[in-house]
Design a protein around this ligand. Sequence first.
Ligand SMILES: Cc1ncc(COP(=O)(O)O)c(C=O)c1O
Length: 394
Amino acid sequence: MKDNWIPFHRPSIGPEELLAVREVLESRWLTTGPVTQQFEREFAEFVDCKYAVAVNSCTAALHLALDSIGITAGDEVLVPSYTFAATAEVVVYLGARPVLCDSLPGGFNIDPADASSRITPKTRAIIAVHIAGEPCNLEALRQLAERHSIHLIEDAAHALPASYAGRRVGSISELTAFSFYATKTITTGEGGMLTTNDETRARRASMMRLHGISGDAWKRYSNQGSWYYEIVDAGLKANMPDLLAALGLAQLKKAEAFHLRRREIADLYLRRLSRIEELEMPPTGDVNVTHSWHLFILRLRPEMLATGRNDLIHQLKQAGVGTSVHFIPLHLHPYYRERYGYRSGDFPNAEDAFTRCVSLPIYPDMNEADVERVTASVEQFVQKNCRRMSICAS
Ligand SMILES: Cc1ncc(COP(=O)(O)O)c(C=O)c1O
């Protein structure tokens, strides 16, 4: 089985990444330094923004984004329930309250109308998450933020490279956070980037990622640095080391090619699986957007099938196909139920998506045979379990 196993994800690592990491090791400068600075410059150029601040996770980038706009105890921040833990926990780190919002009907992304209904005098910001890499309706969210004088932050953990109305995600809103976690569209193992066009926010994030020490603290051990430093705030330890930035630079050079291959795989899935009535395809976004296809989230139509998502996952596993589930909505987790009183039923669209979704493998190293095996296994599941007598196997 192991040889035949199609993992849910496998990062594409080639000789370029190995060489880049080796060069850093040989330089003997392992932590934040010139390679990280180069990664920041090239990333900013790639997404077409003024400033990029490299950190050790997207979680840290989100934390620094909220810090840079001054989120503090007593504030409220709107966050979709349909997201990963990181998007909301950073609000809690700062003593503020995450106010959960529902997804669009039939979709995954935050519903601007639902978000609007949850705004109070304490609301200071909204975090939009581009689930799977499908850009949110940023125009509606921008208008909402403007109308209520609140900040719009993008959690773009899934959205490199994605674009909205002809602009790359990362260049549009006040602050955008990216992830380079092992499963993401480009990876440094662990890592993240905060992008902004605002110099003051970039400076604050840059300082707060390294203990709140002023100036170029990372240089203090180099021949251009000084031993003297001043702590001006209680910062984080969230800087990106050169070792990982080297990986990031090598991956960034391949980001377009990776994206092209992801699109091809998504197209193959869409062509084959959209013919099956029992399945619902992921939203591909508005006309004027580019989907990054970080994830391909398939949904079942349970009323047309004798069994559900968990059985599909089990049967795909038996067929040697790894899958995942994105996401268990936050309001269903013990922490959010117990601390904030959320209950199942509170966000029906998010729950509907969760109960019938499964994420299929999608990554550049998959070959045609892999894609064929995944689609054939899904088709077999439907044939075995569908309620339509004409196409059922038994
Ligand atoms: C939507 C979303 N936001 C944030 C994160 C956090 O990313 P990181 O692991 O780089 O902190 C993830 C991670 O998977 C994610 O899926």
